[in-house]
Design a protein around this ligand. Structure first.
Ligand code: RIB
Length: 305
């Protein structure tokens, strides 16, 4: 696949090793798992797949390892119609792996080992300038090196391409990165941590003051809220679902929002669309299994559960 992309993702790739247990482990405790799965993951790859399922042309910049898990990623992206022209395969290096515990209530805890992804360099990103400079939206997360995101967003900014950052997992960001972020999509916990604040409103204002163009905080079944400098917040309600698991729901939100913004959808509709996609993604085990198509999102919006 070649030509200009709707969305380019500077992407992490993980294999998710998922054990289902009754409740969070206590320190030093062992519990028997009821179920185990090995499924595709990685916040970047997940968001890219969410975008592709919405009918967008999607390109990846990623660094993966050389074992079977790397092939699993390449096969998956080919099936989803995602361009992996700028995916670099580091033979002899391990792939990203996420150890995930899912509890009976659908919540989870995740430990990520980035593997080959930790080696994504500024040089690799710069080599993908032809892809980045022609995209409509460039998105990234904090699972790839921050210097790689910074380089990608600098290219995007120079070429008038919208940038979107899912700041997950939350970590301190350099002062130089904030003003390059057009749209930030933290969940509530990430927002409070990043801003070192105790409530959503003051946290959002604090990050906007750092130079972020727009901030969308995701609130699970309570929906999401949009904050922009000098404007009143906009709250979009969510969907009450019988959750199977929430792995990848935030990534689905981010990838779907990226597509809506690439299509210049007005904010409230873009947020409704992303909310609905994220809600549907909770209906099966694993990050990408239940990520919806455009048709499925439209149907939920027309016939809310
Ligand atoms: O957001 C969910 C993802 O986080 C999982 O797929 C896991 O790989 C971690 O990156």
């Amino acid at each position: 696949m070649s030509g200009a992309m709707d969305v380019v993702c500077v992407a992490s790739w993980n294999v998710d090793l998922i054990a289902h247990i009754a409740q969070p482990l206590a320190r030093g405790q062992t519990q028997m798992a009821q179920h185990f799965e090995r499924l595709p993951g990685g916040k970047g790859s997940n968001a890219a797949i969410a975008a592709a399922r919405q009918g967008a042309q999607v390109g990846l910049i990623s660094r993966i390892g050389g074992d079977d898990f790397g092939q699993m990623g390449l096969d998956l992206w080919a099936r989803e119609g995602i361009s992996s022209q700028f995916v670099l395969r580091a033979e002899g290096e391990a792939n990203g792996t996420a150890l995930i515990l899912v509890y009976a209530d659908g919540n989870n805890s995740i430990a990520v080992f980035p593997g080959a992804g930790a080696g994504m360099s500024v040089a690799q990103v710069t080599a993908a300038k032809p892809l980045l400079s022609q995209a409509r939206v460039v998105m990234s997360s904090c699972e790839v090196p921050l210097a790689a995101t910074q380089a990608a967003f600098e290219i995007a900014r120079t070429h008038g391409v919208l940038t979107l950052l899912n700041p997950a997992p939350a970590m301190p960001l350099p002062d130089t990165l904030w003003p390059l972020v057009d749209v930030l999509t933290p969940n509530e916990g990430e927002l409070l941590l990043l801003a070192e604040a105790n409530d959503i409103d003051s946290a959002a204002q604090r990050l906007l003051q750092k130079g972020v163009g727009a901030l969308v905080v995701t609130l699970g079944e309570r929906g999401c809220a949009l904050f922009r400098p000098g404007e009143d917040p906009v709250h979009i309600p969510g969907h009450a679902m019988q959750v199977v698991d929430t792995i990848g729901a935030g990534d689905t939100f981010t990838g779907t929002l990226a597509v809506a913004l690439a299509r210049q959808t007005p904010w409230p509709d873009a947020l409704r669309w992303a909310n609905a996609a994220a809600a549907l993604s909770t209906q099966a085990h694993g990050a990408v299994t239940a990520m919806p198509t455009q048709l499925e999102v439209r149907s939920l919006l027309q016939n809310p559960l």
